[in-house]
Design a protein around this ligand. Structure first.
Ligand SMILES: [Zn+2]
Length: 271
């Protein structure tokens, strides 16, 4: 069953969000939200937008839309702002608390965006935010750079396509162990090959070039659950000590996972 993800362009209508020299946060949010939503749709995710036009919604209404749709994830797009122009720079992702798959997804998003040149300000718990508090599913709020920072705006404008792709890949990469197809699962059960359908992720929070502790993946004995890759420059890398949740849907009965092969166009890996 495909995932349902609610994509929320923050603010809208009479609420412009942050404003800086005529630039309005609500517009930036909408264009990136739609770009990410389109990429996710293309990968089979069922995407629901809170808005695709310039309309006002209360944060409570946005959360309600996600709850009524019984979505699996809620991702809100925002841009940050500070008192003084060019005071701060970077991306941060906000979550209700620092736990669970939303935390992993948030780290992956920040990590992917930092590879595009954004400073990584980390994942912050903001339990008071309505869209994080009133949503019943894992919810994230991405602050893609500061709207009143020239450097962040330049990145935002010049790399919007890459930013959208980085976010979509990070979202899909977080889910990848759970998005193998039924046929793949059957093949995994027989110990035969199965196709890797997820996306390869960069090591989160690590700059390129990768430091020595990010060993090329293929050189390591692989274990189930270790699943952080980067295909950058033709090599796979894995951050040390990072784990994704186990592939629950494949092995929900508690039996040890059968050995399986992951196939990527360029790499053959055992996990
Ligand atoms: Zn905002």
């Amino acid at each position: 069953m495909p995932y349902t993800i609610v994509i929320d362009a923050g603010h809208g209508g009479s609420d412009p969000g942050a404003v800086y020299e005529g630039r309005r946060e609500k517009d930036d949010n909408l264009s990136l939200a739609i770009a990410v939503g389109e990429l996710l749709s293309r990968q089979g995710v069922s995407v629901i937008y809170t808005r695709t036009t310039d309309v006002y919604q209360t944060p409570f209404e946005k959360a309600q839309m996600a709850n009524q749709a019984d979505a699996d994830f809620f991702i809100s797009f925002h841009r940050n702002s500070s008192e003084e122009p060019n005071q701060y720079t970077g991306v941060e992702t906000l979550v209700y608390d620092n736990s669970g798959i939303k935390q992993t997804m948030a780290e992956n998003i920040n990590g992917a965006l930092s590879e595009l040149g954004f400073r990584n300000l980390g994942v912050k718990a903001r339990p008071g935010l309505v869209v994080l508090r009133r949503t019943k599913m894992p919810a994230l709020l991405i602050e893609t750079g500061f709207l009143n920072n020239e450097q962040d705006n330049t990145l935002y404008d010049e790399k919007q396509e890459e930013i959208a792709r980085a976010i979509a890949d990070a979202v899909l990469g977080t889910l990848d162990l759970e998005t193998v197809t039924e046929a793949d699962r059957r093949a995994a059960g027989t110990g035969k090959s199965f196709r890797y359908t997820g996306n390869l992720l960069p090591c989160p929070d690590r700059p390129f070039p990768h430091p020595p502790e990010c060993r090329p993946y293929a050189l390591r004995p692989s274990r189930p659950g270790l699943s952080r890759f980067s295909s950058r420059r033709g090599r796979l890398f894995q951050s040390p000590g990072r784990r994704l949740p186990p592939a629950r849907k494949c092995h929900s009965d508690g039996t040890p996972p059968a050995p399986r092969r992951l196939f990527h166009p360029d790499y053959h890996l055992s996990v």
